[in-house]
Design a protein around this ligand. Sequence first.
Ligand code: GDP
Length: 314
Amino acid sequence: MPEQIHWPDVSVYVAGHNGLVGSAIVRALEEAGVGRIIGWRSSELDLRDRDAAMTAITEAKPDIVIDAAARVGGIMANSTYPVEFLKDNVLIQTNVMDAAHACDVDRLLFLGSSCIYPRHATQPIRESSLMTGPLEPTNQAYAMAKISGIYYIEAHREEYGRHWISAMPTNLYGPKDNFDLETSHVLPAFIRRFHEAKVSGAPTVTVWGTGAPRREFLHVDDLAQAALTLLQTYDSPETINVGWGDDLPIKELAETVADVVGFEGDIAWDTSKPDGMPRKLLDTTRINALGWKPSITLRDGLASTYAWYVENAA
Ligand code: GDP
């Protein structure tokens, strides 16, 4: 392990600092008393633009980099725009890491997603399942980009001796999520659909697929604590899972969100829409052994995220 990070003494560049994940990491860093946070909104710096990214990041010369920048989206966005999901993510992560290398950043955390694992991986999914079988087709483009990011981290460790690490969180949610129904993930989509139906008095809400797939949900504030823990305690080329530890069928998620929102009508299932991966529950034995455990229950996290939505996005 390299030396302990004393947060007040360091500057941290959080790529994607204004997004769902990045903004949670900024909150956690501020709570830890970080010396300085560096970040640009995508309107200020397009991380796909190599020259702009290299110049801005090397001039800022951070001590530590956390890469939470990505083009993200739910099952429909991901499967409809594979070109953009592959290209943008490879460009963003390559530019961020190349800039970090150019200004000699020795500590970097790259964040990916549980969709990197094979569609038929043994559940709960252990880190060693990576690259052992074909991917889930509906998010293959995003997964391919993130897998190449994991390998790019490993390559920098091997070739340049960097203390860079990668972590793969499960499905995340919380304030600042994307509530656009075409491109969002399931949890924010449910919050919006049930809220709008409650407000308009609609008798039925139609959602996608069969409701049978199982998913695991982690609040971003738990993930942010995991990110800080990993930077302090983890130094290995192998990627590490960050999850809640339990999952539920999408049908049960729908009923829970309807209950939290206060929608009392019916739920219909549009089975012409894809189900995606049947299950993707992460095995979190390794991160739990480092002393990190999540604390925000789905029920509490849903209630606070719904309150945020009503206040800021509805
Ligand atoms: P995934 O975890 O990569 O499959 O991405 P999503 O979060 O987009 O979808 C998870 C599951 O929720 C899939 O089985 C979807 O078919 C289902 N689902 C049901 N209704 C919706 C919806 O309104 N939006 C989204 N994004 N997914 C939905």
